[in-house]
Design a protein around this ligand. Structure first.
Ligand SMILES: Cc1cc2nc3c(=O)[nH]c(=O)nc-3n(C[C@H](O)[C@H](O)[C@H](O)COP(=O)(O)O)c2cc1C
Length: 416
């Protein structure tokens, strides 16, 4: 798997993973860390809940007891995860007091015992996410030894967060930024362990950077914060540009794809913000990003907030596009099916919240506005970036809903 989104507590929950999956079919997604004691002793099996649509997904476990980890890995495999990953990189106090996470960098023999126990209990890959060292360790000495021991125990995939963790004196957040990155050491580990699948993690903020690591010989790249905060930049082109298999996703289509999921979640008693909090960065760096973020973050926690808020936020995105045509008298050409103007549970006639709504054309979703009194019918707009935008005139709106198709001429004169 050439690209993955890192495990992140409180962030990469099932809603986040479903959302990320709409952006990339092929990228490997990780769960938040689930502790083996919670699963095995606490029987907190709900922590494994997820949908098949999220796959491929790796379950990250925290723990340090071989038998307990083996039992937790078995539960994970039974729940359908594609990979079991052992956390050897988290420096938080809570994790340290359980003697797992980054402190395990000091005890490679124990990590090897854990790997061996997990390997003997499941058929799926057992992998490790580690640091290059902790505290005053010399990474050039300890990392090869650590890898050697876990590889001998049966781990043949490792994700290396290319910086040390300081177990005392730095918070977990500081431990993600302050210790310097040493990518060269990760590259050296790939050369030293050519048969092991080596993935680099830490500080990667663009797909070009990821591609450069792959070209330099690494097998895979893991991205955390950038994938969460700018999901479209990292994931929307990943299938085409990293995995070489798939197309580029338009963030607007992703919003449309999330609506049925959101409805199901609300019907099951969930709340809107639990899903939309992961979507705030979807338009990061694009026109309207701030308004999108504000609309969702202010509105989604209000009582009764529903998918209409998301539809309205999308429709409020700026219409910066140049017009290319309209539906109306005298126009003919490309056929637009009325079915294609809606998503299944959102027929056009129900999507409107005030003057704004959501439409689909040729499988793509558009925010749209009802334009009162303009008399110019329905017209499509095409932005410089190739994104279709739609506006619907109040007069033809009712008409549209009642017909099988309409005709549209991209060169229709008078379009505006
Ligand atoms: C909010 C947050 C929670 C995290 N939780 C975990 C975790 O549960 N397990 C883990 O191995 N790493 C965790 N990490 C670390 C990330 O997986 C990753 O190693 C780190 O953010 C560096 O990668 P990045 O620079 O691409 O973000 C977390 C990071 C963040 C920002």
């Amino acid at each position: 798997m050439r690209l993955s989104v890192a495990p992140m507590m409180d962030w990469t929950d099932r809603h986040c993973r479903f959302f990320h999956r709409q952006l990339s079919r092929r990228t490997l997604l990780y769960t938040e860390m689930v502790t083996a004691p919670a699963l095995v002793r606490g029987r907190a099996l709900h922590l494994l809940d997820h949908l098949v649509e999220e796959h491929p997904v790796a379950l990250q476990l925290g723990g340090a007891e071989p038998e307990e980890l083996a039992a937790a890995a078995r539960l994970g495999a039974e729940a359908g995860f594609e990979e079991i990953n052992l956390n050897c990189g988290c420096p938080s106090d809570r994790v340290q007091s359980g003697m797992f996470g980054a402190v395990l960098m000091r005890d490679p023999v124990r990590v090897a015992e854990c790997i061996a126990a997990m390997r003997s209990s499941v058929d799926i890959p057992v992998t490790v996410k580690c640091r290059i060292g902790v505290d005053d360790q010399d990474p050039h000495e300890v990392l090869p030894d650590f890898l050697n021991k876990i590889v001998q125990a049966g781990c043949n995939r490792v994700i290396i967060h290319a910086r040390k963790a300081w177990l005392k004196g730095l918070s977990p957040k500081e431990n993600r930024d302050i210790p310097p990155l040493d990518y060269n050491l990760v590259l050296a580990m790939k050369r030293a362990f050519p048969d092991v699948c080596v993935s680099v993690n830490g500080g990667i903020t663009a797909l070009d950077q990821a591609r450069a690591f792959l070209q330099a010989g690494l097998d895979s790249v893991m991205i955390g914060r950038a994938a969460y905060h700018q999901p479209a930049d990292i994931l929307a082109t990943a299938d085409r540009d990293i995995h070489g298999d798939g197309s580029v996703r338009d963030p607007r289509d992703v919003v449309a794809d999330m609506l049925p999921y959101i409805e199901r979640h609300l019907t099951a008693g969930g709340q809107l913000y639990q899903v939309t909090r992961h979507m705030l960065g979807l338009f990061a760096g694009r026109p309207g990003a701030r308004q999108w973020r504000r609309t969702l973050s202010e509105g989604a926690a209000r009582p009764g907030a529903g998918p209409d808020l998301v539809v309205a936020a999308l429709a409020a995105m700026p219409m910066d596009a140049a017009p290319v045509g309209r539906i109306g008298a005298g126009c003919s050409g490309t056929e637009v099916s009325v079915d294609a103007w809606s998503i299944p549970s959102y027929p056009v006639s129900r999507t409107f919240d005030g003057d704004r709504g959501l439409c689909r054309h040729a499988g793509r979703a558009f925010g749209c506005r009802r334009r009162r009194g303009s008399g110019c019918g329905v017209f499509l707009r095409l932005s410089g970036a190739g994104l279709w935008r739609t506006a619907i005139d109040a007069d033809v709106f009712g008409d549209l809903a009642g017909h099988d198709h309409r005709h549209l001429d991209p060169l229709c004169p008078g379009a505006q």
